[in-house]
Design a protein around this ligand. Structure first.
Ligand SMILES: NC(=O)c1ccc[n+]([C@@H]2O[C@H](COP(=O)([O-])OP(=O)(O)OC[C@H]3O[C@@H](n4cnc5c(N)ncnc54)[C@H](OP(=O)(O)O)[C@@H]3O)[C@@H](O)[C@H]2O)c1
Length: 322
């Protein structure tokens, strides 16, 4: 059993805490900059310990793995700190602000022989794993192209992290990371890309479209924090296509032939909210003494960060603290 300690008592820490009940692992400690907030979390979810500072929790020898649930602009500092305290890490997406930060964190983790994993939970969902296996079986023939879009209007959601550049503001790192990971799962590393962006005057991306080109395929992708997009991914092949609703958090997918007849359906309802699978994966890797997960190897996290660097570079967008 792995005892988890959480850094940051914000929204996603709630989702994580709820999912734990479908695992055999423990909500051991919650840490917040505000002890009252930590105590509130402790009461709601039954954490054994509540800490009023992240470092105080990291000093606790009973914490076996740290879940980092702070804004992406702080992930680098929080991961480096956790590694200093010799703690294995499960860190929320986007992993860091850029590839250089990701490489530094992962290099240090390797040096210290500590497990680190990007919490891209989509990769561990049973429906996504079956989707990938079914595609590999050739059910819709040779894959030709795909499209995926993901967007919400988050402009007035009251979160500093969406509009504060030093916290990693913008649609790409918050939302675009999902279609990028998804396209990577299907087609691997792109060879080149084309992109268009709508920037906010404050210097972050509100909406973007990007087409990734591979040897013989392409992925047409879109993300936005300024409008609701349909959240559906469609993957096309020479013998049919597959529709994946809410592809980033999905528990289902439907395959069709070229006459639009359903040829296969996938249904794997989440046990709680879908986070339980990434929690189990991280815990199992730690228990086995692995330094990375086969579902999200370090090289993949670095590649995804490089793809996002390249997009921001094409738009002329920089974070002040990178
Ligand atoms: N996997 C998913 O589906 C998913 C969904 C949403 C978000 N996320 C990721 O999870 C991370 C956190 O997102 P969230 O929506 O939970 O954010 P949030 O509600 O804004 O919470 C982040 C927490 O970080 C801590 N924090 C430390 N320094 C901060 C600062 N300077 N400004 C703001 N917060 C600070 C705060 O905790 P204390 O006050 O307790 O210290 C805060 O509650 C992001 O990287 C995001 O991309 C993932």
């Amino acid at each position: 059993m792995i005892r988890f300690g959480v850094i940051g008592a914000g929204s996603i820490a709630n989702t994580f805490s709820l999912a734990m009940k479908a695992t055999k692992h423990q909500l051991y400690a919650i840490s917040s900059r505000d002890i009252e907030k930590a105590k509130q979390f402790q009461q709601t979810y039954g954490y054994e310990k509540a800490y009023g500072s992240y470092e105080a929790m990291l000093r606790d020898p009973n914490v076996d793995c740290v879940y980092i649930a702070t804004p992406h602009g702080l992930h680098y500092d929080h991961m480096m700190l956790a590694l200093d305290y010799k703690k294995p890490i499960l860190c929320e997406k986007s992993f860091t602000l850029n590839a250089k930060q990701a490489e530094e964190v992962l290099y240090k983790a390797q040096e210290k022989k500590l497990f680190v994993m990007e919490a891209m939970w989509t990769r561990m969902l049973p429906a996504i794993q079956e989707l990938k296996k079914t595609l590999d079986s050739g059910i819709i023939g040779t894959l030709t192209h795909m499209e995926a879009s993901f967007g919400f209007d988050l402009r007035n959601n009251g979160k500093d992290r969406m509009i504060d550049l030093s916290l990693g503001a913008g649609a790409l790192l918050d939302i675009g990371v999902y279609p990028i990971h998804f396209a990577h799962l299907i087609f691997g590393n792109p060879k080149r890309f084309e992109t268009e962006v709508k920037m906010d005057p404050r210097g972050f991306d509100l909406s973007e479209s990007f087409t990734f080109y591979y040897e013989n395929q392409k992925a047409i992708l879109e993300s936005s924090m300024a409008s609701n997009l349909n959240q559906i991914a469609i993957i096309y092949g020479t013998k049919g296509y597959v529709k994946v609703p809410r592809f980033w958090s999905t528990d289902q997918a439907t395959f069709y032939d070229l006459n639009n007849k359903v040829v296969k359906e996938i249904n794997h309802p989440h046990l709680v909210n879908g986070f339980e699978y990434e929690i189990n994966e991280a815990a199992e890797c730690i228990e086995k003494g692995q330094l990375e997960s086969k579902h999200i190897p370090h090289m993949l996290t670095i590649e995804i960060m490089k793809e996002m660097d390249a997009l921001r570079n094409a738009w002329g967008m920089k974070f002040p603290n990178e």
